[in-house]
Every structure is written in structure tokens, then in C-alpha cells.
Design a binder for this molecule. Structure first.
Ligand code: CIR
Length: 258
């Protein structure tokens, strides 16, 4: 179970019809979005992930953001029930690929709603944002599902951003990258904290693959902070995906496997 894998899905040709919550709508260059996504997938591969790329879903605008549809743990998978109604069909679309990599597959049910972007796992700790997308009912279901596996599930209030992982992600098991304007840093007091640069509020969303970090190229000041803390950082241009209120964690589901 030691190899890192990444489940991804190609950009939908309908991405311009994506959900938007905290940013305004701007034209998306779909061809450029495709090229940027291909570059992102190449980076995941170079950093050591084996990528499984699923085909584009022409009728599901946000389906490139696979992270929101499933939580993949070493022991099991949990299919989500996304907070946005328009995204619920994405879950059935990804379910066969999930069943191919995990024997035990659970599913969040109504009235629970949860997006994978709200779920930050660090070791055996699972932090879940109480956001516009994820509610206490889903967090309670998740805690029940995970109880046999000794994970600790903590609900985290947050504000002014889409998902918990817009505000905080892990750089390593002992360090988080955080925007304390959007989430109370006290919830992460057991970790060393690196703050995003104050001019780059969206910079906290980074992908961790082993000891490597992948982040958007739009945040050079925060990138320099991470590099000077000793991390190997790769930056990728995801400008068109950012216009759809996505970033880097949302475009993959990372998991260990054979
Ligand atoms: C949405 O609003 O659901 C999409 N337009 C963006 C989702 C980004 N997901 C993520 O960061 N986990």
C-alpha cells in the first residue's frame, strides 16, 4: 500500500457553467484550461504519483474537481454528497473508479452534505470545515464511518472562502500552511504554522506528495516562504481553473495503493 496514486478527470467542455460562490464570473478559456490541467497531471506524475485519468464529463461543469466527490482513506472510501445540487451526479460518475481501488465504499446520505475540499486529513486527524457546502449531519456520519479505524474527526468553523482547504492544508505531518483570516488558527495549534502572504489570501491550497509540494504559480510570495522553510516546491499555472473557484487540491484525489 505504499505507492501514491492520483485520480483525476479531464476538464469538462462545460466548465464555464461552473458553480461560483465567493468570486465573480470571468470568461474561462477552455482550451487553456485543458492545457493547464494536462500540465498539472504531468506535475503529479513527476512528483511520484501514478495518475489514473478519467474522461471528461460533457454535462457536468465542475467534474474536473474530483476531490469533492470522494474521501479516500487507506482503509476505505467515502463517497460524498456535495453541497451544490448541480454537483451530485459527479458522485455516481466517479463511483466505479473508486470501487476499483477500495473494497469498502461508504456513502454520505441526506440530510448530510459534504465536499471533499472541506476535509483535511493529517495523519489520524480529520478536520472538516463547516462551510456553505458541508454540514454537521455529514460530519456526524463521517465520524461514525471512521470510528472503527481510530481517526479523530473535528468540525472546524470557517468564513469567507469556499472550502476548509482554501484556508489551510498540510505541508507535512507537523506543519500547516494557513490563512488565519478564514479559519481560526487555534484549531491547528498542535502544528507548526506557516501563514500565507497577506497579499495572497488564496495561497493556502497546496498538494502534498510525499515530501514535495505542488501549488499554483499565482502566489510567488507564499511559494518563497514555503521554500525557505525547506520544502521542495513546484508551481503550476492553473489560472483558468482558479476562475472556476478551483485550485490544486481539488483536481485530484490522492491515495495509497499497490
Ligand atoms: C464549486 O464551486 O464547487 C467549483 N466551482 C469549485 C470546486 C473547487 N473544489 C475544491 O477546491 N475542492
Amino acid at each position: 500500500m505504499s505507492e501514491m496514486h492520483a485520480l483525476c478527470r479531464a476538464v469538462s467542455p462545460a466548465i464555464a457553467d461552473c458553480e461560483l460562490s465567493f468570486i465573480g464570473r470571468e470568461p474561462i478559456n477552455v482550451a487553456l484550461a485543458h492545457r493547464q490541467h494536462m500540465e498539472y497531471v504531468l506535475c503529479l506524475g513527476k512528483l511520484g504519483a501514478k495518475v489514473i485519468e478519467l474522461p471528461a464529463e460533457p454535462t457536468l461543469p465542475d467534474s474536473v474537481f474530483v476531490e469533492d466527490t470522494v474521501l479516500l482513506f487507506d482503509e476505505l472510501a467515502v463517497l460524498t454528497r456535495p453541497g451544490a445540487e448541480s454537483r451530485r451526479a459527479e458522485v455516481d460518475a466517479i463511483a466505479p473508479a473508486v470501487r476499483a481501488v477500495r473494497k469498502q465504499v461508504e456513502r454520505i446520505s441526506a440530510p448530510g452534505t459534504i465536499d471533499g475540499g472541506d476535509v483535511l486529513r493529517i495523519g489520524r486527524r480529520v478536520f472538516v470545515g463547516l462551510s456553505q457546502r458541508s454540514n454537521q449531519a455529514a460530519i456526524d456520519q463521517l465520524a461514525d464511518i471512521l470510528k472503527p479505524y481510530a481517526y479523530t474527526v473535528t468540525a472546524v468553523p470557517m468564513q469567507d472562502c469556499l472550502h476548509l482547504k482554501s484556508a489551510v492544508t498540510a505541508l507535512s505531518d507537523d506543519t500547516v500552511l494557513i490563512n488565519p483570516e478564514w479559519v481560526d488558527a487555534a484549531y491547528f495549534k498542535e502544528y507548526r504554522q506557516i501563514r500565507v502572504d497577506e497579499h495572497e489570501p488564496h495561497a493556502a491550497n497546496v498538494v502534498r506528495i510525499g515530501s514535495a509540494i505542488l501549488m499554483p504559480s499565482a502566489f510567488p510570495k507564499t511559494q518563497a516562504r514555503i521554500a525557505s522553510a525547506g520544502y521542495a516546491v513546484t508551481a503550476v499555472d492553473v489560472s483558468e481553473l482558479q476562475k472556476a473557484e478551483g485550485a490544486v487540491t481539488c483536481c485530484s484525489v490522492l491515495f495509497t495503493g499497490e
